[in-house]
Design a protein around this ligand. Sequence first.
Ligand code: CS2
Length: 495
Amino acid sequence: MNDDARLSLRTLPSLRSAEAPGYAPGDVRIGIVHLGIGAFFRAHAAVYTDDVLTEVGGDWGVCGVSQRSRTVPDQLDPQDGLYTVLERSGDGEPTARVIGSVREVLCAADEPSTVVERIAAPTTKLVTLTVTEKGYRYDPGTGRLAMDDDLAADLAGEAPRTVVGQLVRGMQQRQRTEAGPLTVVSCDNLPENGPLLAGLVHEFIAQLPPEEADPLTDWVRSSAAFPQTMVDRIVPATTDDDRAETERLLGVRDDGVVVAEPFRQWVIEDAFAGPRPEWERAGAILTDDVGAYERVKLRLLNGTHSTVAYLGAVAGYGFIAEALADQRIAGAARRLITEDSTPTLTQPPGVELSAYGDQVLERFSNAALGHRTTQVAMDGSHKLPQRLLGTARERLAAGAEPRWVALGVAAWLRYLAGTTDAGEPITVDDPLAERLQPLASADRSASEVTEAVLRIREVFGDDLGEDERFVELVTTWLDALRRHGVLGALEDLAN
Ligand code: CS2
């Protein structure tokens, strides 16, 4: 059924006031498989690829894969893969840009074999991923696979249900059919995301029978690449108001609209196994040293983001911008950036760290985004290690006291207790919630909570829970947050 009231290739020519793709999406063949077709990818790498298709064309269409949910396939299938990026700068009208780079959307849970076939197709040159930190099924404390029933089933040869299983079975089919090299591009906020994923792939392969493992190990080493990347764009969850605004701008309904800030950055290690889109034409930075950019982003942006999210949520602020408008929380964020995180960083080419920190706080203050504290607060057990705890270790090793990192950790512990300062319930969304919440209960003393949670190796490793200085810093903050509330504990920070 042709729905003239909905975004599609048919209604694309009649858009009211939106930027349409500068090419014919229906003519573009798939060259990229993306695992994890959530909002971030659709507002980030899919946009860079859309720019390249507009500028120089190429068979860089994307087959997007949702792991379990049918939400995005059901949103985009009737729209021929088209969707809008609604850009909200906070200064005046939002802008709408229709993206055409996504050419197919699959739900892996419904058709796991099709996912393997797409990865194995000779026309597929890259697999990109945004599956969130927990999607790698790894132990943040060791960087190794956290074996579970799904991984075990994938190893046993069932149709793969995990990202690593899908990658390995797709590579195995490429190796057997001589489909050519493949570059696997992790776009998740993980330290050394490419090498981490390569390690998980090799660890999975090593557990296969030798007759499978040996040829596949050789193929991965000779024909696959796992470049490291840093990705950056704030992409809040889409609301009904966003959808209504988009329909007003387009003149047709778009069920798949995603919202984003104007800022975007993509830094990619220039290490590919085969052809790739010329993403540098869209502003991506190709470099041999992603590490410096990655550490700056994970620590200055994401570490501050998580700290503001936990302080804000417990203080009763629903939005990041709202929390940062409170000078007590803004004061803590500035001190985290200048006193703890920045001293552990080196300046990547073209980046001035204090200006970067100011820009981060300015981006967070964009109230038009409606970025919720709870969205940033989720999955803290998988986020804190790379966002705050690396900074803590390096400051402690330098003989300094990471007071503001300790505040961020204490705010997370207070958040895990499951209530705001006003006693409102907080729903803790975290893969380790069942283990963490009893340990962080308000019925236990601040020192009991701190000592118990900092001994969770998957999050804090074997060292931070044994470092008396750090335990004391976190305990003191947690006690203050409990006694005085967030805003009371930070009273003297407003400047
Ligand atoms: C945020 C990130 O939700 C979160 O954890 O800190 O998604 C953040 O918005 C992006 O990394 C910005 O590039």
